[in-house]
Write a protein that binds this ligand. Structure first.
Ligand code: NAD
Ligand code: ZN
Ligand code: ZN
Length: 344
């Protein structure tokens, strides 16, 4: 029996991933081993491999936090999952379970939190070690490839929309209609919202319209803030910024309706200027949102299991990972690439 697995490893920041064979890890007490079936490629994996953020992962590491697979081994004491179950190993890999944030369903901001494909090895490998208390439970009827984008792009946008506090009938503006945004449009429609989609690529906007967006704005043409305010009759009640571009953040605040909420989700490195008079005098809320808790995850997956949200996926083998990164960097991925381990 083989004791090694194929993996895509970041050995140096800013360099191509190295495809190599690594030892299959053994689950220690309280851990499980998952045989990967599929793993989505998120723009966060690009930030991780470039070392874009202040908190950097230790090198070398295996990225990927949309990994879905079958539990093949249980460490000592594990009772909450069984061998043969299909689970997802998400960005929120584990947390302490006892701090004020964990106790109040904000485990995503636990100081002890570990992140899949970042501080712990992730899903760009044939096997993943996981914490059974934090894996996603994949509903029957959802394939591994279909489920993969839901466990990051899906839960992040679903939670982000909830954080805008918009109600049915109100306007949600989604800035960036890539992997996250194309799911945000669908969650918002399923939640009864009117959707205005913003991107710099007309093909992404055409796709948003096919997915049900009521209005679209190209952020590279004319005055996009004015266009969005016009399209939404005074600005969107909720704005969700998924674009990995700083200019989208300043614009997104300007597209927010008076007394509305602008939720920041995209994570390009850097800062953006917040126009104080505009934010204060219009009573605008600006807030960050980071993936979602385990209940958000279950709800986000349920929308997909009911067929209300469906990720548009392009399947690729693990060996294509560097080409996929290159395309993602240049905006050349229509929605989401999923690494299909059946194709390795
Ligand atoms: P993606 O590359 O699939 O999609 C990005 C989209 O933004 C593309 O359609 C692109 O054309 C568009 N875009 C680029 N510049 C724009 C601009 N100026 N205005 C409007 N649209 C613009 O990326 P993704 O996987 O959807 O991830 C997006 C961002 O969200 C990344 O920074 C990622 O790290 C971050 N992210 C955050 C969380 C979180 O929990 N907060 C979770 C997942 C991803
Ligand atoms: Zn992600
Ligand atoms: Zn905690």
């Amino acid at each position: 029996m083989t004791q090694t697995m194929q993996a895509a490893v970041v050995e140096q920041f800013g360099q191509p991933l190295v495809l190599k064979r690594c030892d299959i890890p053994t689950p220690g007490p309280g851990q499980i081993l998952v045989r990967t079936e599929a793993c989505g490629v998120c723009h966060t994996d690009l930030h991780a491999a470039r070392g874009d953020w202040p908190l950097k992962p230790g090198l070398p590491f295996i990225p990927g936090h949309e990994g879905i697979g079958i539990v093949t081994a249980l460490g000592q004491g594990v009772t909450s999952v069984k061998e043969g179950e299909r689970v997802g190993v998400p960005w929120l890999y584990s947390a302490c379970g006892h701090c004020e944030y964990c106790l109040s369903a904000w485990e995503t901001v636990c100081a002890q939190a570990q992140f899949g494909g970042y501080t712990q090895n992730g899903g760009f490998a044939e096997y993943i070690l996981a914490d059974p208390n934090y894996v996603a439970h994949i509903p029957e009827g959802l394939s591994a490839c279909e489920a993969a984008p839901i466990i990051c792009a899906g839960v992040t946008t679903y939670k982000g929309i909830k954080e805008t506090a918009t109600r049915p009938g109100q306007w949600l503006l989604v800035s960036g209609v890539g992997g996250l945004g194309h799911l945000a449009v669908q969650y918002a429609k399923a939640m009864g919202l009117r959707v205005c989609a913003v991107d710099i690529d007309d093909s992404k906007l055409a796709h948003a319209t096919r997915l049900g967006a009521d209005a679209v704005v190209n952020a590279k043409q004319g005055d996009p803030i004015e266009a969005a305010i016009k399209a939404t009759g005074g600005g969107a009640h909720g704005v969700l910024i998924t674009a990995p571009s700083l200019s989208a953040f300043r614009q997104g605040v300007g597209m927010t309706r008076k007394h509305g909420t602008c939720v920041l989700v995209g994570l390009p490195p850097g800062e953006f200027p917040l126009p104080l008079f505009e934010v204060v005098a219009n009573c605008i809320t600006v807030r960050g949102s980071f993936v979602g808790n385990r209940q958000d995850m279950a709800e986000a997956l349920d929308f997909a299991a009911q067929g209300k949200v469906k990720a548009d996926i392009e399947l690729q083998p693990l060996s294509a990972i560097n080409q996929v990164f290159e395309r993602l960097e240049h905006g050349d991925v229509p929605s989401r690439v999923v690494i299909d381990f059946a194709a390795v």
